[in-house]
Write a new protein. Structure first.
Length: 261
């Protein structure tokens, strides 16, 4: 069985002070994009995991394997399984690749072992903050620790150019730095740089950008260079390092990304 595991972009990400359990509540607008890994599950004589095009761990530390184990525990089964992931979503970029892979495994294993959507959603909440959204996909308002996912009207009429600089960011480190900086708000994209579907609808900002830029100023340098090249606002997704901008058509977005090495 095979499934696509789609990356996400945080069109908006508001972060709130850390709670007693160590988590930061968020309120964000998440959007699935066409960039995707391919995840394959198949029954086997022995357990195994393989990953192409990436350095993600081929061990039980992999979040996708943890998703498989969660389904096994829920169904009290130990069917030996081979998991293969063909990676296209860069790691450490804020694009949710690991969570997307885990969600795809939940869906595939849930089909194999006949788990309904309600039980899969409950499992997703225990695996990772972005997994509940990745399991649903589309355009969603995501709140709390990522467990509250609400569908919103699908967006259209624009494309995104996404650029991943040649360095990654550590999500825990970015959040720690956000705390140390007393929880700054991120810069907001002006309506003139947004597609009509987003104007006056959401505040397009990422509160983690100041912390990411404090940790590694290269991300600010990349953002400024892209904004100059493209003559528009450039935003960061998640805790970085991927950056994106809005374009009216897929052709324009592809041409803008194609200007870069």
């Amino acid at each position: 069985m095979r499934a696509a595991a789609f990356a996400k972009v945080n069109l908006a990400l508001a972060v709130f002070p850390r709670m007693a359990d160590g988590y930061h509540p968020i309120r964000g607008m998440f959007q699935s994009v066409s960039l995707a890994d391919t995840v394959e599950l198949r029954a086997a004589s022995d357990d195994g995991i393989s990953i192409s095009n990436d350095e993600a761990p081929e061990t039980t530390d992999n979040i996708a394997w943890q998703a498989l184990e969660a389904v096994r525990r829920a169904t009290q089964t130990a069917q030996p399984t081979e998991l293969h992931i063909d990676k296209r979503i860069p790691a450490g970029a804020g694009l949710g690749g690991g969570s997307a892979d885990a969600a795809a495994v939940l869906g595939l294993a849930g089909d194999m072992l006949r788990l309904d959507d309600e039980r899969l959603t409950a499992l997703a909440e225990g695996i990772g903050a972005d997994v509940p959204f990745a399991l649903r996909g589309g355009t969603c308002l995501v709140e709390g620790k990522g467990e509250r996912v609400t569908d919103v009207e699908p967006l259209g009429g624009f494309s995104l150019a996404i650029v991943v600089p040649p360095f990654g960011m550590s999500t825990p480190a970015v959040y720690r730095t956000w705390d140390e900086l007393d929880g700054p708000s991120g810069p907001t994209a002006p309506d003139d740089d947004l597609p009509p579907a987003l104007r006056s609808r959401f505040e397009i900002r990422n509160d983690l950008f100041p912390a990411a830029n404090h940790l590694d100023p290269r991300i600010g340098e990349w953002r400024d260079e892209l904004a100059t090249r493209w003559s528009t606002s450039v935003m960061m997704t998640g805790s970085g390092s991927a950056l994106f901008a809005f374009f009216p058509t897929e052709g324009e977005a592809s041409a803008a990304a194609g200007e870069l090495d």
